[in-house]
Structure formats: C-alpha cells, structure tokens
Design a binder for this molecule. Structure first.
Ligand code: ZN
Length: 319
C-alpha cells in the first residue's frame, strides 16, 4: 500500500476530522476515475479505523500488523471472484460477518470494490445492512462508475469524490517513485495523467502493444490492411487493453488536429499520429471513440462477447 497520495490530502483530512468528532457514517462511497487511488484511500481508512496506535495508522501495533498481513478478522474485502459480478453469496457472507461482534473489540470495516459490479440481488441485500447498520461498522463502497449503483444504495452512503492529481502534482509524485532515467512526462501522457496507472499498468509489454497498435492505424485508413487482418492479430492480446490503447491514440489524434499539431501525449509516436490525423476526419474519429466505448461496455457487461469480432467491428470504423 502506498502510504498517502498528495492529491487526496484534503479528503483524507476531512474524513479523519469526522472520525475524531465521532461522526463516522455507516456507509461511504469512494468515487473517482480508475487508477486515481480509491482503493488506496479505502485501505488507508480501514487501517486508520482499526489501528490502536497514536499516529494512525501507526504501522506497528498488533492491529496494523494484522491489516498488513491481510488477516485482520474485522476487515473484510469483497471483490470480483472469477466472475463479472459480485454475487449474492458474497453479500450473504458479508451480512453474517457484519452481524457478529468485532473480534478485536474495535471497528469493523468492509470494503466493496468495484461496488458497481454488485448485481441487483446483491445490491438489494446490501441495502438491508445499510438500512439497519450494525454499530461501529463501516461499509466502504469503491467505484469508478457510481451512477451504476442503485440510487437507494448511493443515498445511504456519504460520498467522497477522489479526483485526479494536477499535471504538476502527478509529475512530482511520480519522479519520487521512479528512477531518474524514466521519461515521467511521456509515461504520464500515455497513462492519461494518472500516475498510479503508470506504476500499475505501464510496463514493456504495454508499450510494445501500444507501438504495434499504432503501426496499424495508417495502413487501416489507407485500406492496405483489412480490419479483419488487424483484429485477428490484436485478438491475441488482452482485448480490454487493446480497446483502451486505441481510445487513447484516437483521442490524442483528435487533440493533435484540434490544437493545430500542438497537443500530443504520445509524442514518441507523433509521426504516426500526424499521418493518421491527415487520413480521417475529426468527425469520424469522434464516431470511432463512441464505437470503442460501446465495445468496452459490451466487454465489461455480462454477455461474454467474442473478442475478435468485437475488435473487427471497431477496426472497420477506424478506416
Ligand atoms: Zn497501528
């Protein structure tokens, strides 16, 4: 766990003041973009509530050690288990856990992440817990897409919006996390300005895939390579990642055109992006972004679409 993220400092101070005043709600909804550090905040909050030390979380007391080892009996994490949804059985276990008294005599904390993956049945079961909350129990919902939560569930929680860092904050923080040879600004650009994404997702494989995907854009637009060919090649990769990268490259090419060639995040690929920008209209590229979002929605939904066909449908629109 990364100790504290500077762009969350004010939210953190507010919630600590609330705890100090004894005004901790039973339900909290942590909302914000993916990779903005919501899980980190939730983990920090859990550790804070369970710690018995002075400077919480102290990292030294028995409670902190149990949290760090992932074995604290009063900390429950509910997440996706090889499924696309959080199942009702998981919430039943949560209810059983919530109704028992705290084993260590303090708070009990449950973190549900991603909470937008609760299905209707699980969400309704969870709602009952929030309507009649057990004492000294915090249910913390974590979500990139809070609008997908049941409104009744949302209204039972205090919402904390955790935003993204400013460019400067992100650069400074990331420089402290990486060795000095890293091109922090380029990596941040590729990661959409999210420094945790740089650390979590951007490795050599990611950069190689990005290069490969970019190399198809111009041949696709010129009709030299067919969408079927490109989809067959790209379907060997993680389809969600291909779509995410394509979205970024196309967005970058739109920014490039609209700024008259000034704004570009993937600056190491500027030649390819410029060529691609000259081959397709901005309107077409916006439509392509819509198709990518739609494909992402299908991929994240419950229908289990065929990855290669999904990519074919997107690449057809890239030309
Ligand atoms: Zn402690």
């Amino acid at each position: 766990m990364i100790a504290s993220l500077p762009w969350q400092a004010s939210s953190w101070q507010r919630v600590c003041a609330q705890i100090a005043d004894g005004k901790m709600p039973h339900g909290i909804l942590l909302a914000g973009p993916s990779d903005s550090g919501k899980a980190n905040f939730a983990a920090g909050l859990g550790a804070y509530l369970l710690c018995r030390g002075h400077d919480k979380p102290c990292g030294e007391c028995r409670q902190c050690n149990l949290v760090a080892a992932g074995t604290h009996p009063d900390l429950l994490e509910v997440t996706l288990e090889d499924a696309k949804q959080i199942r009702i059985e998981q919430i039943r276990e949560l209810i059983h856990w919530a109704t028992q008294t705290s084993q260590q005599g303090g708070y009990k904390v449950c973190i549900i992440n991603p909470a937008d993956k609760l299905n209707v049945q699980s969400a309704n079961a969870l709602l009952k817990v929030l309507e009649e909350p057990p004492p000294k129990t915090l249910i913390c919902l974590v979500s990139d897409q809070p609008t997908r939560l049941l409104p009744t569930l949302r209204s039972r929680c205090q919402r904390i919006d955790l935003g993204s860092p400013s460019q400067q904050e992100a650069v400074v923080w990331l420089q402290g996390q990486m060795d000095s040879s890293a091109d922090v600004e380029l990596l941040l650009g590729i990661a959409g300005g999210m420094p945790l994404r740089v650390l979590n997702s951007i490795d050599e494989d990611y950069l190689k895939l990005r290069q490969e995907l970019a190399s198809h854009l111009v041949p696709l637009s010129e009709g030299v390579r067919s969408p079927i060919q490109v989809a067959a090649l790209m379907a060997k990769e993680e389809v969600g990642r291909v779509l995410e990268l394509l979205y970024q490259l196309v967005s970058d090419s739109i920014a490039f055109t609209l700024s008259g060639g000034k704004v570009i995040k993937n600056r190491d690929l500027s030649e390819t992006i410029e060529q691609y920008s000259n081959l397709t209209s901005v309107a077409n590229r916006y439509k392509l972004l819509d198709h990518i979002s739609e494909a992402q929605g299908q991929l994240n939904g419950t229908s289990n679409p065929n990855g290669q066909m999904l990519l074919e449908g997107v690449f057809v629109k890239a030309g």
